[in-house]
Design a protein around this ligand. Structure first.
Ligand code: SAJ
Length: 433
């Protein structure tokens, strides 16, 4: 496959992971074809533009497209290495069942052009066993090729699982510098994949088996979910006891072996609130802690809504500014966002008393239509709103000085204004969360 010659690479799925990955591989001077089902995505990339927001991605894509190293297509092409980075959503059964049909569809496409010596690497977050299931699917479609792990003979192709672990907002940096887990169906597969990642990853590349690598990805996000749940539970306990949770966490974290995360209005995004279910699905009777953490984090969002409703109802006529809709700070991603859910819920109930401040949005999402809620800028909110509810810790909110918040009732679900309690004349609600 590799030798000294640079492999031709086909990246399937040009979303938040696939596009930056394709661009970084192209930057390492491998010829890359990016494949996506969307004509719009393909056309945009072939113009040297991007369809998602990510720091520095626009310049990188423009450069590699201009140099002819990356091109996009709706059709798969023969290559030496296939990287699959398609979504793995939940099935529409309402039971959080993982849906790997996009992975299997991509594998089916790959099978059509696969040749001896090729490598297939799955990057999509997947339930344990998906890489082997993908191998079995391809084996059925290509009986002419010997598949790894199914025969004692030397296999014709290599198949590995290598999850991404990059943080939205720092994707390019983390794609290059994070360590990677590389799980081969066999050790030989892992070595082939390792040689490929070494071309563009500067972090350590650790080889393992495919199932361990699949589980590792899920465990990383479940670990974070459980730890955020601990912080969120503390915040609800603190509300009950009349304590300032931020103060308690700040002090507890001075212990050399304690590092409590930050409470918020719930856990959003497409990974941390999703991946734990992939573990629960595989081991439903052995994952009570992971399940409970999910419940606590969801309960926290309902707790915030209840607290906010009480506050708004007890101040009739006062205009309310909800600060932020994004799922976390300093990004324009509003999907699976607890802030958005809380704000929409308040807008439905309190109508035009609710104003939304979201510097990363040009317009309100569709669920606000007809509620009467309006999108306003932060200065207007500070001048005209008597209640401020912080839902996202965007830097632009964090830097608002106490004197500009004075007189407003503040419900700070992110703990961004620790000073506000001490500000003279300020009517800060002493809610912990
Ligand atoms: N959050 C809190 N309190 C905290 C930290 C986060 O409430 O102390 C909330 C955020 O506001 C947000 C959610 O959790 O709603 C998730 O944000 P995040 O920044 O923790 O993570 P993501 O979803 O942007 O990215 C995660 C990362 N995983 C881990 O940190 C273990 C990233 O490395 C993964 O690559 C990514 O999921 C993914 O694609 O799986």
């Amino acid at each position: 496959m590799l030798g000294d010659q640079k492999p031709e690479v086909c990246v399937i799925g040009l979303g938040y992971i696939g596009l930056p990955t394709a661009a970084i591989i192209a930057r390492a001077n491998c010829q890359v074809t990016g494949v996506d089902v969307s004509d719009h995505v393909v056309d945009t990339i072939n113009r040297g533009e991007i369809h998602i927001e990510e720091v520095d991605l626009d310049g990188l894509v423009q450069g590699v497209v201009q140099r002819g190293m990356l091109r996009a297509s709706t059709r798969i092409v023969p290559a030496d290495v296939f990287v699959i980075a398609v979504p793995t959503p939940f099935a529409k059964d309402g039971r959080h069942t993982p849906d790997t049909s996009h992975v299997m569809a991509a594998a089916t496409e790959v099978a059509g052009v696969l040749k001896k010596g090729d490598a297939i690497i799955l990057e999509s977050t997947s339930p344990v066993g998906t890489t082997e299931a993908m191998r079995d699917l391809i084996a059925g479609l290509r009986p002419d090729l010997k598949m790894p792990g199914r025969t004692a003979e030397t296999p014709d192709v290599a198949i590995a699982y290598c999850p991404e672990r990059v943080l939205p907002g720092k994707i390019l940096e983390e794609l290059t510098h994070n360590d990677r887990s590389i799980g081969g169906i066999t050790p030989r597969c892992a070595r082939k994949a390792l040689a490929f990642y070494k071309r563009f990853v500067r972090g350590a590349c650790l080889t393992t088996d495919a199932r361990s690598a699949e589980m590792t990805k899920l465990v990383e996000n479940a670990y974070r979910d459980v730890n955020i749940a601990f912080a969120n539970e503390l915040s609800m306990i603190a509300d009950h006891m009349g304590l300032d949770v931020w103060e308690v966490i700040k002090l507890a974290n001075r212990h050399p072996r304690v590092n409590i995360l930050q409470p918020g209005p719930g856990v959003g995004g497409h990974c941390i609130a999703v991946d734990p279910y992939f573990i629960m699905h595989g081991a439903p009777d052995h994952s009570p802690l992971i399940r409970t953490a999910r419940e606590v984090n969801d309960a926290k969002m309902r707790h915030v809504i209840a607290q906010a409703r009480e506050l708004i109802a007890s101040s009739p006529g006062v205009a309310v500014a909800c600060l932020g809709l994004a799922f976390k700070a300093n990004i324009d991603d509003f999907r699976e966002s607890p802030a958005r859910f809380v704000a929409a819920s308040l807008a439905r109930e309190f109508g035009d008393r609710i104003r939304i401040v979201e510097p990363y949005a040009a317009q309100l999402p569709p669920e606000f239509t007809g509620t009467g809620a309006a999108l306003i800028d932060i200065d207007t909110a500070l001048e005209g709103c008597g209640i401020l509810i912080t839902l996202v810790d965007h830097d632009v909110f964090r830097v608002i000085p106490p004197e500009e918040r004075r007189g407003a009732i503040v419900y700070d679900t992110r703990g961004i204004w620790p000073d506000s309690a001490a500000a003279p004349g300020e009517n800060r609600l002493r809610l912990a969360s």
